[in-house]
Unconditional design. Structure first.
Length: 515
């Protein structure tokens, strides 16, 4: 039995010290807690004396920088006490490598330690520095030992990348133990969870699991976690930069619901505007028709008056001709009678040809559009702009929401180097960085000056797939070739089709000209 145990420990040590064997990562779901699970690691310690493994232990931890891991001080206490005899191994939750670590800062009172590893790029977690209340729901992530004992089939199972175990609970109370601020919570943890994070529903770190109470005679079990405030103080003393936010947690469902409500309100407002415009146009049409009718009546009355005047003048002239005839002035009488007859005939013709009382409707027509070679308004350059973050329209979990400066050029050229693709009036670019596990789908609307960044926090496998598709897109910089820009839009759709249904963050900015 002893030989079997020694063989097991040797296998464990060899596997850990290999630091790079082929391992298989579990896929990560598209939610906030799963996104933070990319930051969680298993921390393993192996004690070696005279080339023999004499002790083995493990806990949990999480990254606060790509190569820096936070865990409990008691998880790595032996490595700190016997640095020449205890090896620290760090096993990420995904990927194909494990890493050897070393303690660079430790605080036994706070029960916190900072481990450095070389060559790693683990997505760092973000701390939540905002206020908490007793109704705060939380999630614990880590590697409980009882789960390992129940599921491990061999020594390799302890050092292969696995998604951390998730347990949910709520914040019970805040306490001070030996001068250290701790959180008392109900998420189920056990040995092995030490050093793992306690998160809010948006995946931000609230504390570091450290201890559990022992239930006796039916008493409930509770867990203790070192508070975020103590963790932040520890990292500041260690001069370790870290990410922290204070914005409240807004669920994705709430953001989507708010966006849908805003879209409905905008549609209703636009519909109301259309109805109001149509009503005003109808009123204007009726007023114009009434005015046209009045004008037509006036024109008709004026023509009748002219005809009547002509008739009177004609009759008077004929009468005058009769008087001239009686006085023997036959020639003048004939001229007068003829003139009067002409006037009376003109009166009759004028009356008959008078305009009607109804207005004459103008015939409608269509303007033939003239082809233009000038750029559309959406393609025109807008120059340098400052884009202010709009928190009320955004969904933020771990980002700071800082303002963005950009230079919008001709035909979707951003900052003189990044080409965007036209997507039904909006310009879109899918950004797939090589040094982080986040894909961004960025949209810019020249009409509204809205700049929107949809961020997707992806697993290592998902990022590899996105980078593979991105490598097949030849357009790397701004281009005046319309066909190349159209092809960029088609190729970007392949990346978007491979992304999760829901985004992780939505950052909305409102842009205005600089200065």
């Amino acid at each position: 039995m002893a030989r079997r145990m020694i063989g097991f420990r040797r296998l464990m040590m060899a596997a850990l010290l290999a630091l790079g064997g082929v391992m298989f990562a579990a896929p990560v779901a598209a939610d906030d807690v799963a996104a933070t699970s990319r930051s969680v690691v298993r921390v393993v310690t192996i004690a070696i004396v005279d080339q023999e493994v004499v002790g083995f232990g493990h806990g949990s931890g999480f990254a606060v920088a790509p190569n820096r891991i936070v865990t409990n001080a008691h998880v790595v206490a032996l490595a700190q006490q016997y640095p020449d005899n205890v090896v620290i191994g760090v096993v990420p939750s995904e990927g194909s490598k494990s890493y050897q670590g070393r303690v660079i800062a430790i605080d036994s009172k706070r029960d916190l330690a900072l481990i450095e590893i070389v060559g790693a790029k683990i997505p760092p977690a973000t701390l939540y520095a905002g206020s908490l209340d007793d109704s705060t729901g939380l999630v614990s992530l880590g590697y409980p030992g009882n789960v390992d004992l129940a599921s491990a089939q061999s020594a390799a199972d302890y050092i292969k990348p696995l998604a951390p175990v998730r347990s949910e609970g709520s914040l019970s109370a805040a306490r001070t133990v030996d001068g250290v601020n701790v959180l008392l919570h109900t998420a189920s943890i056990s040995r092995g969870n030490s050093g793992g994070p306690v998160l809010d529903r948006c995946g931000r770190v609230l504390g570091v699991n450290s201890a559990i109470t022992k239930g006796q005679e039916g008493d409930a079990n509770f867990a203790f976690a070192i508070s975020e405030a103590e963790l932040a103080a520890f990292l500041e003393q260690a001069k370790q930069p870290f990410g922290a936010v204070t914005n409240p947690c807004m669920s994705l469902e709430a953001r989507v619901s708010a966006d849908q409500a805003a879209d409905r309100a905008a549609a209703e407002a636009a519909d109301a505007t259309r109805r109001d415009t149509a009503a005003k146009a109808e009123l204007a049409r009726e007023q114009a028709a009434e005015q046209a009718r009045v004008d037509a009546e006036r024109r008709s009355e004026n023509v009748i008056a002219i005809a009547a005047l002509l008739l009177v003048l004609g009759a008077l002239t004929v009468g005058g001709g009769g008087l001239l005839f009686q006085r023997g002035k036959q020639r003048e009488a004939i001229w007068a009678a003829s003139g009067g007859g002409v006037l009376m005939l003109a009166a009759i013709i004028t009356f008959v040809l008078r305009p009607g009382e109804k207005p004459i409707q103008a015939k409608g027509g269509f303007e033939v559009p003239v082809a233009s070679t000038s750029p559309t308004p959406a393609a025109l350059p807008l120059g340098k702009m400052v884009c202010k973050f709009v928190p009320d329209r955004s969904r933020v979990t771990v980002s700071t929401g800082s303002d963005v400066s950009l230079n919008w050029g001709q035909d979707g050229c951003m900052n003189d180097r990044t080409q965007y693709a036209d997507d039904d009036g909006k310009w879109v670019r899918v950004l797939v960085p090589g040094d982080e596990q986040t894909v961004s789908v960025v949209e810019f609307d020249p009409k509204t000056r809205d700049y929107v960044n949809y961020r997707y926090f992806l697993s290592a496998d998902q990022m590899d797939a996105a980078r593979k598709i991105r490598s097949q897109i030849p357009l790397k910089q701004c281009s005046a070739d319309a066909q190349a820009r159209a092809q960029l839009g088609t190729q970007q759709q392949s990346i978007r089709a491979a992304l999760p249904t829901n985004y992780s963050e939505k950052l909305v900015y409102s842009c205005a000209p600089a200065n």
